[in-house]
Each structure stands twice: as C-alpha cells, then as structure tokens.
Ligand binder design. Structure first.
Ligand code: ATP
Length: 315
C-alpha cells in the first residue's frame, strides 16, 4: 500500500482589514498572510476499501465529515468519481501541532495537505491553479495554505498575490489553551458593531484593496524592513476580540511592551503573536511574558516565518 507524508504549516495574519459585505454572505477582505514553520504532519495511506478515515492526536479535532481534511478527500471523490474504483480509499492521520480554533488556519492547512497528497496518491495530475480552485471550495484560507509564503489575499481571502519572502524573522505565539474564539462570532460581531462603515460600491471595494496592495505594509515587506512591518501590523478583528476578552488584551499588551518589532492577534484569534528579529529575541520575549503572566493555561510557541506551503516529506 502506498503512502505519502506532508507538512502543513500554520499561517498568521500580518494585516487584516474588513472592507465590506459580499453577496455570498462572506466579508470582502484585504489581508497579508504569512506562513510559519509551526506545522501539522498529515500522513495518507492507501486503503483497500472505498472509505475515508481520519485519525488525529488532538481530542478537539472532529474525526467525522466535519473535519476539513475529510471534506478535502470527499471533494476529490465527488470531482473524480472513479478514484475509489481505481485506487481504493484513504486513511488520513493528522499529527496536530497547530493549536485548534486559534486563528492559525490549522484545519485549512490539513485540507490543503490532503489535496496535495491525494493528487499524488490518486494520480490526478492537478495543476497548482486547479488545486487552488478546489481549495477555495473548502475554505477561504485553503488556497493560501497550498501556496504558503507571504501573500496579499483579497476577495474572501482566496484571491492571492504573492509577495517577497520574509523568512528571516521569527514570532512568539501565545494562546490560552481554554480560550477559543469562533471565527463566525468574530466576523458577525464586527458586522454588528462596524457594519455602518462598510464600503458598499464594487469600485470602492476594488480601489481600497488596490490601495492596500500599493500601501506602506506591502512596501515594508518588499524592503524586508522588519521594524516597519512590526509598526504596521493591523487586524480589524482585534476591535471585537480584545474588548470582550480582558486576558487577551493583557497578553497583547505584554507582547507590545516586550521590545518586539510589533504585536498583534492573528486572524479571528485568540492567538496573539510578537514579531521578532531573531530566534534569541523571540525566546527572551517568551520568557519575559511567561514571567509577567504566570498562568498555567497560557501556552507559547517560537516559530520562524516560512516561505513554503504544503511540503512532501521524502521518506
Ligand atoms: P479559521 O480558518 O476559521 O481561522 P482556525 O485556524 O481558527 O480556523 P482551526 O484550527 O482550523 O481554527 O479549527 C476551527 C474548527 O474547525 C475547530 O474548532 C474544529 O472543530 C474544526 N476542524 C475541522 N477540521 C479540523 C482540522 N483538520 N483541524 C483542526 N480543526 C478542525
């Protein structure tokens, strides 16, 4: 039986601006997404029977059809109905290292890994644009997770423009293990509180997105100016997540006061990160914040920024 192992990196947001509403119910966004080396491993094994099975070492990850990795495999069986007949089913094992429901796109990364792995296992010969199109059907972050690196993401997050790599910087991530924020709650609360300021006309949305593309954050990334990137970190969803979670606000403040290049919440949270110029600085800030907020519920990770999306592990 053949098998493939893949590395599925997490992402952070360096920038997240909510521009307006879309007809499909999603928000129109302008984001800058960044892969980090913190990653899950996804192993795919051929099965003799026409079934899809998911295993995961994390108790909060569902193993049924609601798992995004399962849904990625299911989507391919729907798009290519003869694959079970030709190759049989697949056993998917997720070694979860990315914190769950954390704003780090762990589920989307797993789905992207399954698309890449099954393309090989089922000999589908899909191109990168075809994989991206299938990924967009599973979730807005899946196309980025496939490609990885640094990218401007517009639309609902699935339209990508690659940006120069930033892989010499580091982050310290921190998350209260018992604190989860639902992505739907964060966006719906934002709409209730700030919907009046949404851009309503299509030209206005387009021109705002292109102003982000030619704006200071993209310029700082092109210049690889870590200090400037740190100053320009921006996430609209902080406006709803931080006021309703005092402990998150305190963590964000501790990172901001730590001497890091900058600090911010990733995506819909609740992971908060500090951008650092070196691994040594990241480790020092981790110790400093751990000492300042002495809470056993608070977990930390140090990770390098990465220029890669889904990677096949050569066995
Ligand atoms: P989002 O992409 O919405 O920002 P997130 O990064 O905050 O997501 P995920 O770790 O992807 O969060 O998990 C969100 C929810 O999705 C979890 O609560 C979990 O129940 C469900 N889920 C489904 N499949 C997976 C998966 N493969 N890994 C992790 N969570 C999954």
């Amino acid at each position: 039986m053949r098998s493939y192992s893949l590395i599925a990196p997490a992402k952070i947001n360096l920038y997240l601006e909510i521009l307006g509403d879309r007809r499909d119910g999603y928000h129109e966004l302008a984001m800058i997404l960044q892969s980090i080396e913190l990653a899950d491993q996804v192993d795919l094994h051929e099965l003799g029977t026409d079934t899809i099975r998911v295993h995961c070492n994390h108790p909060l990850v569902p193993l049924d059809q609601s798992n995004l990795a399962y849904r990625a495999a299911q989507l391919l069986t729907q798009e290519f109905p003869d694959v079970f007949d030709r190759f049989g089913g697949v056993d998917i094992t997720i070694n979860k290292q990315i914190p769950v429901a954390a704003g780090l796109a762990g589920g989307s990364a797993n789905a992207a890994a399954v698309l890449v792995g099954l393309d090989l296992l089922w000999q589908l010969g899909l191109t990168q644009p075809e994989l991206q199109e299938l990924g967009a059907k599973l979730g807005s972050d899946v196309p980025f997770c496939l490609a990885g690196g640094t990218a401007l993401a517009t639309g609902r997050g699935e339209q990508l423009s690659p940006l120069p790599d930033l892989d010499s910087l580091y982050v310290v991530l921190a998350k209260y293990s018992s604190l989860m924020i639902s992505t739907a709650w964060a966006y719906n609360t934002y709409r209730s509180n700030f919907g009046d300021s949404y851009i309503r006309d299509p030209e206005g949305l387009e021109s705002r997105a292109s102003r982000v593309h030619s704006g200071p954050m993209v310029h700082a990334i092109v210049e690889k100016d870590g200090a400037q990137i740190g100053q320009l970190l921006h996430n609209d969803l902080e406006k709803v997540a931080l006021p309703s979670n005092p402990q998150l606000l305190q963590l964000r403040q501790a990172f901001a006061d730590s001497g890091a290049l900058g600090a911010m919440m990733s995506g819909s949270g609740p992971t908060v990160f500090a951008l650092c110029e070196s691994q040594a600085q990241a480790q020092e800030i981790q110790q400093q914040v751990r000492a300042a907020i002495d809470d056993p519920d608070l977990d930390f990770w140090v990770s390098k920024l990465s220029n890669r999306g889904i990677q096949l592990i050569e066995l």
